[in-house]
Structure formats: structure tokens, C-alpha cells
Design a protein around this ligand. Structure first.
Ligand SMILES: [Fe+2]
Length: 167
């Protein structure tokens, strides 16, 4: 099966996982698309792009488990509980080897971590998530500008955020 077909199956499985939760489904479909656009613009290799796209589809998977265990879905709880949920769905979809699964789970476990961002895939996931959250989360213009300054580094991500918000 091609990587594109595997990602399409993963997308379908994640939509099923979030059954009935329209906002969350719409959220990760958008985050995935932005991550792909930025990843391609930044020149990621085929393998790295595949892992990034899978992580973008699954990044918020810990939300339901966090709500069930802690009664809230704070970023840290999601980071803690996301990887185990992700492993189940990756296994079910199949097409992900051990290294890819490990990296996808690491990214999920760090998608609310904004310090010591040293790898391109981690950075791009944060950028893609914020491109969507800047709209969905009702962030002020000052908040958008400061997040951009502190976290954004990819040229295409900065350009898209600037175009979107006219900043
Ligand atoms: Fe998100």
C-alpha cells in the first residue's frame, strides 16, 4: 500500500474514532493539511513527511482519554494519554513500522511543548496546530503575533499566518 493510501486509511479511522464530534474532526483535518503544506515547503523527505502527516492526524487523540481520566483535556494530560491511544489506531490501520510509530507517538507527546523545539517535524506540527487554533481558539491579534514570534520559524508557516490575519 502507498503512503498516501495508508494516510487516507488513518484519516478515515480517526474520523470514526471521533464519531459525532464534528469540531474535533474538522480540527485535525485542517491541521493535517497545513502540516503537509508546510512539510513540503520545508523540503522534508518522504519518510519524515509521512510521520509528520500521521502525527498531525492523530495529535489530539488523547482528548477523550484525558476527559475520562481527569475530567478535563489540558494539553499536558493529552500529551500523557495520547500515545497509547495512537498506538492502538496505528496498529489497526497498519502500514506503520516500529520507528515510525515511536516518532509519531513522541510528536503526540510533545504537541503542547513549545520549549526546546529542535526538530523540523515538531516545529511544523506546532505551527500547523496554531494556524488552526488561532481561528478556533479566539486568540487576540497580540497573542497571534507573539506566538508567531516565539514559536514559528518555517517560512511558509509565517507567510500563511501573516496572510490569514493580515499581520
Ligand atoms: Fe490540535
Amino acid at each position: 500500500m502507498t503512503k498516501q493510501a495508508t494516510l487516507a486509511r488513518l484519516m478515515r479511522a480517526m474520523i470514526k474514532y471521533d464519531c459525532g464530534d464534528v469540531p474535533r474532526i474538522q480540527h485535525f483535518v485542517k491541521v493535517h493539511n497545513f502540516a503537509r503544506i508546510i512539510g513540503i515547503a520545508e523540503g522534508l523527505g518522504e519518510e519524515e513527511l509521512f510521520v509528520l502527516e500521521a502525527a498531525a492526524i492523530l495529535h489530539d487523540i488523547g482528548i477523550h482519554a484525558a476527559e475520562a481520566k481527569y475530567g478535563n483535556c489540558s494539553g499536558k494530560h493529552q500529551e500523557e494519554l495520547g500515545p497509547d491511544e495512537a498506538k492502538k489506531i496505528l496498529k489497526e490501520v497498519s502500514g506503520f513500522d516500529e520507528n515510525q510509530t515511536e516518532r509519531i507517538c513522541w510528536l503526540i507527546a510533545h504537541h503542547h511543548t513549545y520549549t526546546d523545539v529542535t526538530s523540523a517535524d515538531h516545529r511544523i506540527l506546532l505551527e500547523a496546530d496554531f494556524l488552526v487554533n488561532s481561528f478556533e481558539g479566539n486568540v487576540s491579534k497580540e497573542g497571534i503575533i507573539s506566538f508567531c514570534k516565539n514559536v514559528f520559524r518555517s517560512e511558509s508557516a509565517i507567510a500563511m499566518l501573516s496572510d490569514m490575519w493580515n499581520i
